[in-house]
Design a binder for this molecule. Structure first.
Ligand code: 6PG
Length: 245
């Protein structure tokens, strides 16, 4: 079953996501001494990042926050499409998080396969053999993709045991990407999907009300929770009673 919360608009969506992020971070830091999070790419998380960097700048001990990425475009970290660059500009460069707490994908001087293998090694070095994030933030595309797991792609059709895969023909530009896989995502303690705007209504209905045959529907943490934070635009096709906030 999915937890679904519908917010009035994308500003309220970001505000609720920020509240959830900070609450999860404080709880994890209280219990384990650290908070591990994989950030999502794309445009939706930017408002969340801005709120965290401003309203919550001093609400967290950022030295205990460890930031990874759910996926990355295979471009240099200074290219405008880079998810790392977006996170750095909207959040990471604006809070007191040590550089050694940030784990970007290596996207230069390596092949995509080498970069995927290196990131998997970094994940295992940090977490051990079974990485389990406290929080993985995800978005979905109009085709129901999430991270860089796209419809019809091998990693979606036949999920592997690998934690990180290279993608070579992403239908969402740029074509070459790196992505966490279901094998890793489904070990998370908490997944939060942030979905706003009218373009994803059909995909959302498929995922939440069936036939649930799109990539994001395969995010089902074995021992974790999934929270869907939606704005009214995105949720308007749903027939489920979704509590507002
Ligand atoms: C990426 C993202 C991707 C994104 C969705 C939604 O690298 O593009 O990881 O999965 O989350 O496509 O993107 P928007 O938030 O821009 O709609």
């Amino acid at each position: 079953m999915h937890d679904i919360v519908v917010l009035k608009d994308n500003q309220e969506l970001a505000a609720e996501a920020a509240r959830q992020f900070v609450a999860l971070a404080k709880a994890a830091i209280d219990t384990t001494g650290k908070f591990t999070v994989a950030l999502s790419g794309g445009s939706t998380p930017q408002k969340l990042h801005t709120l965290l960097a401003n309203q919550y700048k001093h609400s967290l001990d950022w030295s205990k926050v460890f930031v990874f990425f759910g996926d990355e475009r295979f471009v240099a970290p200074f290219e405008p499409e880079s998810n790392y660059l977006m996170a750095d500009e909207t959040l990471l460069s604006l809070v007191d998080i040590p550089e050694e707490n940030i784990f970007p994908f290596a996207t230069i001087d390596l092949s995509p396969e080498e970069a995927a293998e290196l990131y998997e090694k970094e994940l295992k070095k940090f977490f051990g053999e079974r990485p389990s994030f406290d929080l993985i933030l995800l978005g979905i595309g109009p085709d129901g993709h999430t991270a860089s797991l796209f419809p019809g792609h091998p990693e979606v059709l036949n999920p592997s045991d690998a934690f990180v895969r290279a993608v070579y023909d992403s239908p969402k530009a740029p074509p070459i990407r790196l992505t966490l896989t279901y094998a890793l995502i489904n070990q998370a303690k908490q997944v939060i999907f942030l979905v706003g705007g009218q373009g994803k209504t059909e995909a959302l209905k498929n995922i939440l009300e069936g036939p649930a045959d799109l990539p994001a529907a395969k995010v089902r943490p074995e021992n974790g929770e999934v929270l869907w934070l939606l704005d009214r635009e995105a949720a308007k096709g749903l027939s489920l009673p979704a509590e507002g906030v």
